[in-house]
Design a protein. Structure first.
Length: 220
């Protein structure tokens, strides 16, 4: 797999650190990946019976499924200040037009956003984490990407900040999503190496994904 560096999990504003992914969620994802990788390294199936080979393959698939489910269920942090929260909810509630394909998604998103409504921002600069799974993040981006702003005003900067933060969280999700795609394909290659005379090609690379296409695989 092509060695790719993990995007920054945290960022700082005015010396205050914010996590795009909670420590516990990051540890869980990294641990599942490590378990799968180590399992495949330690089990090559050489000289084993077909029954044992099938068991090894099944165990690897179960570890991969564990990772895929963990990633799908993981909540990422989309940070919003008061003005950004108000802008995002205003866009979804009053500025967009919805059809049969998007109306129920929009309703669900506004319900999720409503959970932040109870929060009382202490200042205009305070950032509050809006927890979203990959599917929700994808839908937010695709819905608000149709919105336009006029001129270079504070509203324009707020809109740009929302899009920028979505992009940064998307990069982090895609890092893990690319690993899931890689191992899904690599497991098939790995199984063929169980046969005598077959060796693994370690040059297989994971395909890169555009960071704006956040979680279309997870949404399927």
């Amino acid at each position: 797999m092509k060695k790719t560096e993990k995007p920054e999990v945290s960022f700082k504003i005015d010396d205050q650190e914010y996590l795009r992914l909670d420590d516990s969620s990051e540890l869980n994802l990294d641990s599942v990946i490590k378990n799968l990788s180590e399992f495949m390294e330690k089990n090559n199936g050489k000289g084993e019976t077909e029954e044992v080979k099938d068991k090894i393959y099944k165990d690897a698939q179960e570890l991969w499924n564990e990772f895929r489910l963990a990633l799908t269920d993981t909540k990422f942090n989309l940070h919003l200040n008061r003005a950004e929260y108000n802008l995002l909810t205003n866009i979804l509630l009053t500025k967009m037009e919805y059809d049969a394909d998007t109306v129920f998604v929009a309703i669900e998103l506004t319900n999720v956003l409503g959970s932040l409504k109870k929060h009382k921002w202490e200042s205009d600069k305070e950032l509050v984490p809006f927890k979203v799974n990959p599917t929700e993040l994808t839908y937010i981006y695709h819905l608000i990407s149709k919105h336009t702003v006029k001129g270079i005003t504070q509203t324009t900067y707020n809109f740009a900040n929302i899009l920028r933060r979505i992009g940064e969280v998307s990069k982090l999700f895609n890092f893990y999503d690319n690993k899931a795609k890689y191992y899904s394909e690599y497991i098939v290659t790995w199984v063929t190496s169980f046969e005598d005379g077959v060796t693994l090609d370690s040059s297989v690379e994971a395909e890169e994904v555009d960071s704006t296409e956040v979680a279309e695989e997870a949404a399927k």
